[in-house]
Ligand binder design. Structure first.
Ligand SMILES: Nc1ncnc2c1ncn2[C@@H]1O[C@H](COP(=O)(O)OP(=O)(O)OP(=O)(O)O)[C@@H](O)[C@H]1O
Ligand SMILES: [Mg+2]
Length: 502
């Protein structure tokens, strides 16, 4: 019962059953004409029987009685009619040549008299085939009864001998009358056929339902198997996109998710490899120089001083790496809350400009800072300074002497500021652009003109800070024409929760 396939099958079955039942119901409700056909058919059968019995019994009365005593025949006819041979809803009567029920010659008790009832022949009569005596065949008619609805009847001409015996009464035919068949009778008549059709429908529904439900359930089972396999660590697992659109969508999304998991596993592995690599170089030289001092290989004062400086530099480098990593992971996980203070960007840019002015001058690079518009936002002064420091540090590192570094800040649209840091350096190859903001990513195209080698964490941290302020950061670059980093900041500070802004 729990499986999707069984549920689908049961659903198909339920649908076909309900459909069949509704079809049967509407069939019953719409088959007034069919009811009449059935009723007439039954009446005709009954009529033939009644007629042959009447002929036999009345003939016997004629044969046994005195031909001069017409009254005896009449008595026999009356007895025959009232003998209770037919069901209570059915009436027998003798009608005259005009089709009028002859008073007293009916099977009805006096309180339900058919007096004054008249037979009306139906215009359309089904042809009677193969009958020996067409005159004795039942004719379909209606019986108009005063102050009651007309009922169905069949009339059969009486035999010549009986007619003669009843000469005085002007009798001409015997009729059998009954209201049209009830719904119950029709249902009883049709039910076996309907049940048979229903069985065929149900069998077809089972076969088709199995095929359809299989086409939905099989790919889902495939996806469930693949999910178990991924849970066991097989991240290469992919599923084919087959079945209905929703299942194909699910398969496609499953594959995308697995790719993402595989990618993040890879990122984690790369991350660990990168950290190990970044730590290995400084730690190796720290160990080398400290051992050399300990075992006396370096014993002169100058050598010891040089080694101590290298050890100090390298441990600072390790410390900086660890601090940057900690910083990045704390910002990423939302542990660092950004201040929401009013920041005057003119003040911030003036401050950063002063810090880098000397370095720019030394490098022979022209630095130009332009701030326009309101230049006030709600944010974290120190963190924004960290972003600008990294962007300017990169720009100055990669811009050769004689180049320019331009910093601008302007209103992009009401409520949003745009900051750009552009340089006239060598530019970044298009293949590297999408990865610049990943941890430890360093373009191999240019290693910069500075001796200080970075860890490739500055841009990753910058992006986290900008996003935490509700903005976005990106880079554009043209080979040999420089690189421009652009970021936006909402002036009203971060309005959405940090997680939503990511
Ligand atoms: N202005 C630029 N021109 C050319 N390449 C750049 C520029 N800015 C960044 N890059 C490239 O992007 C890489 C990543 O920059 P990022 O600031 O993240 O790291 P880093 O400067 O190498 O190290 P860190 O900032 O951690 O000291 C750099 O290594 C460099 O290859
Ligand atoms: Mg940097």
């Amino acid at each position: 019962m729990g499986s999707l396939q069984v549920r689908l099958l049961l659903t198909y079955l339920a649908i076909i059953m309900v459909t069949l039942m509704l079809a049967a119901l509407s069939l019953f409700l719409q088959m007034g004409e069919y009811r009449e056909q059935i009723s007439y058919g039954n009446l005709e059968d009954l009529g033939r029987l009644v007629n042959s019995q009447a002929t036999t019994e009345i003939q016997r009365a004629i044969d046994e009685g005195d031909p001069a005593e017409g009254g005896e025949v009449l008595l026999a006819v009356r007895q025959f009619l009232t003998a209770g041979r037919v069901a209570s809803d059915t009436s027998l009567a003798i009608v005259d040549r005009q089709g009028r029920v002859i008073s007293g010659l009916t099977s009805r008790p006096p309180d339900q008299t058919l007096d004054g009832a008249v037979v009306r022949d139906l215009k359309e009569q089904p042809a009677t085939e193969g009958s020996a005596d067409p005159a004795a065949e039942p004719r379909r008619c209606r019986l108009d009864i005063p102050e009651r609805p007309a009922i169905l009847c069949v009339s059969m001409a009486l035999g010549p001998a009986i007619l003669e015996a009843l000469n005085e009464t002007d009798a001409s035919a015997i009729i059998v009358a009954r209201p049209a068949a009830s719904l119950g009778e029709i249902v009883g008549d049709l039910m076996p056929r309907l049940l048979f059709s229903g069985l065929i429908g149900v069998a077809a529904a089972l076969v088709l339902g199995f095929a359809f439900s299989q086409s939905v359930a099989a790919p889902l089972r495939g996806i469930a198997r693949a999910a178990r396999s991924v849970a066991r660590g097989n991240y290469r697992q992919r599923v084919p996109a087959t079945g209905p659109r929703e299942v194909r969508d699910l398969a496609a999304n499953f594959n995308r998710m697995t790719e993402e998991v595989q990618r993040s596993q890879q990122t984690l592995r790369d991350f660990l490899a990168n950290i190990s690599h970044e730590l290995k170089t400084p730690l190796t030289s720290i160990r080398g120089f400290s051992e050399a001092m300990l075992d006396g290989t370096i014993d002169d004062r100058e050598g010891v001083e040089r080694s101590a400086r290298i050890i100090s530099d390298e441990s600072n480098r390790v410390l900086r790496l660890v601090q940057e990593l900690l910083d990045l992971s704390r910002i990423e996980s939302g542990q660092v809350s950004m201040q929401q203070e009013e920041v005057d960007l003119r003040e911030l840019f003036g401050h950063v400009g002063e810090v880098f002015a000397l370095r720019a001058e030394e490098a022979g690079v022209e630095m130009d800072v332009t701030v326009s518009g309101g230049a006030r936002i709600l944010g974290d002064f120190d963190r924004l300074e960290q972003v600008l420091n990294n962007l300017l540090d990169n720009a100055l590192r990669y811009t050769p002497a004689g180049g320019t570094v331009r910093v601008t800040c302007r209103d992009l649209q009401p409520g949003t500021l745009q900051v750009t840091v552009g340089d006239s350096g060598p530019g970044i190859p298009p293949v590297d652009l999408p990865h610049l903001f990943e941890r430890f990513y360093r373009s191999t195209a240019n290693q910069g003109n500075s001796h200080r080698k970075g860890h490739g964490l500055g841009l990753a941290i910058s992006r986290e800070i900008v996003r935490a302020h509700g903005g976005e950061i990106w880079a554009t670059s043209e080979q040999d024409h420089g690189t421009t980093f652009v970021f936006t900041l909402p002036t009203a500070g971060r309005t959405t929760p940090r997680a939503a802004a990511r």
